[in-house]
Write a protein that binds this ligand. Structure first.
Ligand code: THU
Length: 168
């Protein structure tokens, strides 16, 4: 797996590479649910509608403790395409939630693919910032290890989009 410098957590179900500047204590409390969230993002990915790019994306978000899923939904008018992350966030917001705690992204690239092809796009980062906080966790699915464990990166949202645009 290619990822920036940091440290790793390992357990029976997964290996998580934590990208600085996240302190361990901010990640540990969430760790037990990480693999389930990745499984949900992968399930959503299996329902992606991506006949044009053939690049399937699934997302799972935790907002106010509840999980919501989304997949990318493309359109013949390419600009009308909806990303997985924003679909998941929109579902959660429409259900009444406002505090974004965790975002998980799973794309259809093979294990070992670079982090850039598994990261949220710029528009999705701006939308994550609308409901998230600097320490909102962004998890990137990096596929399975040879022994069948889920692996991925954990990134503090702040390092994905510092100085995001705000009104007021
Ligand atoms: N896509 C997402 O769903 N999320 C992202 O963060 C990056 C891109 C989708 C949009 C389009 O359907 C396909 O991936 C290729 O860009």
């Amino acid at each position: 797996m290619s990822a920036p410098d940091g440290f790793s957590f390992e357990n029976a179900g997964g290996i998580w590479h934590v990208v600085a500047p996240l302190p361990a204590k901010d990640v540990e409390g969430h760790l037990p649910g990480f693999e389930d969230l990745v499984r949900a993002a992968r399930e959503a990915k299996s329902r992606a509608y991506a006949p044009y790019s053939r690049f399937q994306v699934g997302a799972a978000v935790v907002m106010n403790g509840s999980m919501f899923m989304g997949a990318n939904v493309e359109n013949a008018s390419y600009g009308a395409t909806l990303c997985a992350e924003r679909n998941a966030i929109a579902s959660a917001v429409a259900a009444g939630h406002r505090r974004l705690e965790v975002v998980v992204v799973s794309t259809s690239v093979p294990s070992g693919t670079g982090i850039e092809q598994r990261s949220p796009c710029g528009i999705c980062r701006q939308v994550i910032g609308e409901f998230g906080s600097p320490d909102t966790l962004v998890l990137l699915d990096a596929g399975d290890t040879e022994d069948g464990r889920i692996q991925g990166e954990v990134i503090a949202f702040e390092s994905l989009l510092p100085w995001r645009f705000r009104l007021g």
